[in-house]
Design a protein around this ligand. Structure first.
Ligand SMILES: [Fe+2]
Length: 269
């Protein structure tokens, strides 16, 4: 069950976390989101103590930490339904374990939408769209976010001075080509999680259309078919001071109604 713990983190503690995010080491800056991984295995990780104390205060014990990271999104970011289970090594008793989400900056109506659906395999995205590992949304020559089915194919086109790929005009500039190359590098790494189209693998899948009113209110802009067979559990509205604990195996997604948001997330084991 998702738990929202009210007034669990002070303004000063939030600022301490933001200050560490703003140091520009380990930043991963992309057109649609910025993120930063904390060096969880390093002894001189400055926010280790604070992270541990927040975990103990929220969970009641001191868990092993798999990842701690920041994610900053703007209104144009694209999302998928996913689970935050584990990367490589399966977690013991995963059904009983929680991850921690701490809102740090809230601009507009920021939510996380949780479903009464669960999956206990390794980290995965769930979608019915025809996307691959190297699919992405990027700004085309007109400044619109357009779909790139395969960044590698786009890269080859741009390198041969061709501006059209997938029926869209792309800027043939040095900056854009470098950005595409950087995204290919990121997507080639092991953090790129599998995409699951077969929803029969999801617990509580019901093969019914998803509630259209809920979709319109919190999720519009996403692919409606991606929600087919899922059931809403809870829409959690972010408030500063709250700590959100959610089961590691629970499907969820970012709502689409925010303007800008920054959060700190810790995956436990
Ligand atoms: Fe997540």
């Amino acid at each position: 069950m998702v738990k929202v713990l009210k007034n669990k983190i002070s303004t000063e503690e939030i600022q301490t976390l933001i200050d560490y995010y703003n140091l520009d080491n380990n930043r991963d800056e992309r057109p649609d989101q910025n993120s930063k991984q904390c060096p969880v295995n390093s002894v001189d990780w400055p926010t280790r103590g604070l992270t541990q104390s927040l975990l103990i205060k929220s969970l009641g014990y001191n868990p092993e930490v798999e990842r701690a990271f920041y994610l900053e999104k703007n209104s144009e970011s694209h999302y998928h339904i996913h689970v935050d289970t584990y990367y490589d090594d399966p977690v013991e008793d995963i059904d009983k374990k929680y991850n921690m989400l701490v809102p740090l900056e809230v601009d507009g109506y920021c939510t996380t939408v949780f479903f009464k659906n669960y999956y206990n395999g390794s980290m995965a995205k769930f979608t019915q769209k025809n996307i691959g590992r190297f699919s992405y949304y990027l700004k085309d020559v007109d400044g619109n976010n357009s779909f790139v089915y395969d960044l590698k194919e786009l890269y080859m086109k741009l390198k041969s001075n061709s501006s059209i790929y997938g029926g869209v005009h792309w800027p043939v500039t040095k900056e854009f080509i470098e950005q595409v190359a950087e995204l290919i590098k990121i997507r080639s790494g092991k953090d790129n999680i599998p995409i699951i189209k077969d929803y029969t693998k999801i617990k509580n899948f019901n093969d019914q259309p998803f509630d259209k009113d809920i979709y319109n209110k919190y999720l519009s802009g996403m692919n409606y078919q991606d929600f087919h067979g899922l059931t809403l559990d809870k829409v959690v509205e972010w408030e500063l001071g709250d700590i959100i604990l959610f089961p590691k195996t629970q499907l969820h997604t970012v709502g689409t109604t925010h303007d800008h948001k920054l959060h700190y997330t810790v995956f436990t084991r």
